[in-house]
Design a protein around this ligand. Sequence first.
Ligand code: MOS
Length: 735
Amino acid sequence: MSIIGQGMDRTDGFLKVTGGATYSAEHAISGLTHAVMVLSTIPSGKITAIDTAEASAMPGVITVMTHLNAPRLPKQEKPAPGAPAGAKLSLLQDDIVHYNGQPISVVVADTLERAKDAASKLQVRYAASPAVLDFRKAKRNVRKPPSQPERPTDTSRGNLAGGWSRAAQHLDVVYTTPVENHNPIEPHATIAVWDGDRLTLHDSTQYLGGVRKTAAKTFGMAPEKVRVRCPFVGGGFGCKGNTWSHVMLAAMAAKAAARPVKLVVERQQMFGPVGARPMTEQHVKLGAARDGTLTALAHDTISHTAFLDDFVEPCTSVSRSLYAAESVRTTQRLATLNLGVPTYMRAPGEASGSFALESALDELAYQLKMDPVQLRLQNYAENDPEKNMPYSSKSLRECYRVAAERFGWARRTPEPRSMRAGNTLVGWGMATATYPTNRQKSKAWAAIHPDGTAVVRSGTHDLGTGTYTVMTQIAADTLGIPANKVRFELGDTGMPEAPVSGGSMTVASVGPAVHAAATAARDKLVAIAVADRRSPLSGAAAADVTANDGWLSLRSAPERRESMAALVARNGGKAVEADSESAPGDEKKQYSMHAFGAVFVEVHVDPDLGVVRVPRVVGAYGVGKLMNQKTGHSQLMGGVVWGLGMGLMEKTEIDLRTGRALNANLADYHVPVNADIGEIDVSVVEENDPHVNPLGAKGIGEIGIVGVAAALANAVYHATGKRIRDLPITVDKLV
Ligand code: MOS
């Protein structure tokens, strides 16, 4: 039985619980100094003066870098190629302030305390200019962003006006979602070390290659001279997909200080210069026939962006293809604010967009007096209606069935306020989840050693998701070597190149490369065996040789076998190595590829206080082959927890006078804790997809959050009769 799919324990679990896993800020480097970023305190304007005299004279202070003395960098017209969102960086090259929280100085001292103390002594004067901070005002000047390749800004199909006028039921409503900030428990952190003209960056990142390319471009140096290391990441969720200003500032400071520099982004600084999920306003119109058939679906959205650079939250992506509506129109517009540049946050677009679409479906179901699951089945898309292509696989019907059954949906009484537990209002709601299946080119390397162990490498990342473990499983299965004798290594640009760990695509991209490299190493060893007169396999056909449990043997005569260790040892004692690369073909020209799921939520609402509790969530997902029962379920559950945070708690409060986040800490910016989470029942339906990639795995990093906020809002409506169209669903909106 293959080890792939089994719930193998995390191979890095022991290191993590014993503190042996070294995170980016924890590398012991001799002569290390400490940098502190100083951020702007106005949302728009110019720096007219920075007095650094007092700070510079303080004990232990090595350098105070501002726009007045920072090294001049090659001018960056365009973002570094390959940096996912390619945000423009704030690298102290001018005096302009685009938002409150923009880096304006870096103070380096021999200790962190001295650096912080000195940073607090900077005297900064500004000439403020009017700032745009109110979304309602910014909306008056919406812009249409340019289309991206294969991602048009606007879409339409069918005759919307006709579908709308023919509809028996109409829904025309607006949903809004707030700014959210990523809050991985490990904040961004960088250690920069120069050795002559070579730069090493220990950086907490989802994309080693992006950091390398950004550094090479920023400093005008060859990429080969930049080494980036990141063996462990304490959570990313999208904010570490980009390379933000602090990474380059650490390198600039290390150069100025002529010492290694450590720069840790403080929790408060996580709210501004390192991205956020933008706020959205989403106008949804649904028209339906009496039987629930959607005749018209319009989803017109505005998300906020920054003056410094653009980011589009693609929140119409779900509406474009989830249902077989007769006519569809989607538009995306931008409203520009004096805030930090927004970025990808877990299921960017799908998470925010599905809140609107899946809430709207529920509202329509009530208008039609129809079961919400039935309404979705009535509009089930057998093929991708947007691309006009078959799905590579789609198990959504099975997901609805499995989740509804495990939840007990049949026992629901649809009338709002009709279900109670004592005095408490009980609500049951559901929503659909979907996320596209992505894959990019990746490389890997494998070696079988004379002691019978194997090492496999790829320059990918483990965001806490289980990459170490799953790649070990794939390598062990392919090599035919027990998993406890296989070591998988990642997190270094010195290793074969892998893509960004974003878009739920690490397993789908790196997995096939690991499989290919392991296959190549095993095939090399087989070739050596059949050509070796001293081997019991001598003269056999290579195709007849199978690898299992550290042995090569013949399928036709299993007693003819030899241990891999003995073979490699006899082969001059040198490891048998192989490189490989794996890339998508043109399967996306033939198939639309998505993971799907269904999520059901129970809420208990206190009728007097409006407090919402979530005793249970049931989700069922069709995600192709699940590579590890344990880490996979854990990741899907983590996505659901994120959805609960999005639905009930998360909101960055922007001060409309100053443009500063008012709740820039984990006491005031609420994320779910253990006490907030009840039972989460996640199942993965059997799904065999031969098209997505050689492993048949669709990616599970993001689909878990999708739909949860809508299912919550739908459950809250069922419990209370109040439709909340503005996230998060807090008590003030319910009492
Ligand atoms: Mo994800 S938001 O692509 O890290």
